[in-house]
Ligand binder design. Sequence first.
Ligand SMILES: [Fe+2]
Ligand SMILES: [Fe+2]
Length: 219
Amino acid sequence: MRLLNHQPGELQEKLSEYLKKDALYKAVFEYTKSRFEKANHLPAHNWSHAYRDTLNAIVIGEAENADMAIVLPAITMHDIGFLYGASGKTHGAVGADKLAEYLKEGNIQYSDDAIEKIAACIRTHKGSMHNEKPESLEAKVVADADLLEKFGPFGVYQNIRTFTEFNWALEKNLERATQIFNLTLETGTGRRLAEPGRKFVANFYNQLAEAYEPYQEQE
Ligand SMILES: [Fe+2]
Ligand SMILES: [Fe+2]
């Protein structure tokens, strides 16, 4: 099952065009890649995740006519909160609060206005996962690009990696079978792309719950 119908290489080509024409974004991309590649305590919130989300954001942002000069740096840096030791619950806010400092460390000079817009996207990127309300179109695109990783085969793959990162028990993992039905996307494009992957995730975790029954400890 695929959520994106693009040919291999197609989105990478679009990404290299953006990197070519936006020097500030290129600096963000390279700096963020190097920061996450050094952070090997993050098996889920790693560079591969940021990279897939970035390609998701190209698809959703272009279809929604969002300002890609804001969407791209925001999605690439959306999980920087984890580089500052934030928890799952707080990492959006921590990432937004640390953004100016992070950019300074990377010697990347965005205007105050752009920093504010990018920070707003980072702050609310959990969207319906954390009852956050992304306000701008760009923030909605960023939330959806990240939420798309919760659907379809990557939804299962990334969820298991996240549970490894946070060292959570199997029982908590099984909650995803029902939780996946409570997730709502912010844009029409996000909804259209995610929907076919919702049942896949529910089915997998229902099957896992069934397989787990013989091993379950009795109270
Ligand atoms: Fe996140
Ligand atoms: Fe993320």
